[in-house]
Design a protein around this ligand. Sequence first.
Ligand code: ZN
Length: 243
Amino acid sequence: MRTLILSDIHANLTALEGVLADAEPFDRVWCLGDVVGYGPNPNECVETIQNLPEIQCVKGNHDAAIVGDIDIRAFNYEARASLAWLDEVLLPENKQWLRDLPDRLELDDITLVHGSPRNPVWEYILDQTTAWENMAEFETKICLVGHTHIPCVFQLDNVKGNAAKVSFKKAGQVFSIDLKSIVNPGSVGQPRDHNPKAAYILYDDETEEWVYQRVGYDIELVQKQILEAGLPHRHASRLLDGW
Ligand code: ZN
């Protein structure tokens, strides 16, 4: 079975559609949260994600904020501005779908969270120390996370007593996972690794093969939509920088 793993769509429908077309064929989809926030198409993104085959999705911090699980004051000014806009446009049924998302899932011996297994909605796993501390917080061999918008793998090394960070070298890279690991597919709708292309991972549970992928999309169109919606200018400009 081929599983499409994606995260941090952030209401960027054009990027999401680009990923779905590029990733074909796949049998099911695992989404690591932040379907909304920042971008111009929150309803379309929720509706597209909902209808994907065998979709399993966990709740991100932006999803949690818009349904009132998190105090909006915990966000920076620009994120707050987009949350205020989102609150006006998001349809009640889509808000309800986001509200019902779980913080954590365990599927096929793989744990899914948005931030970290220790603090599923909020914690960023950016460095080896945080990754190491989180290795004891999940029972499965693999934990999938998003939230940082930076694709990478942290591998447990019990001999050295650390969790080594492995960055992907290029799109299309095939990898296997032998050790206990935390895997981040990067972001569909707002990459922050200085590569503007949408990121995702495909996992084939028969061959145990994982593939890291990037795909370009019409960034100019999304920038235009962001500005037309009256969202902060930086949400548009950063897409081209991949930051
Ligand atoms: Zn995010």
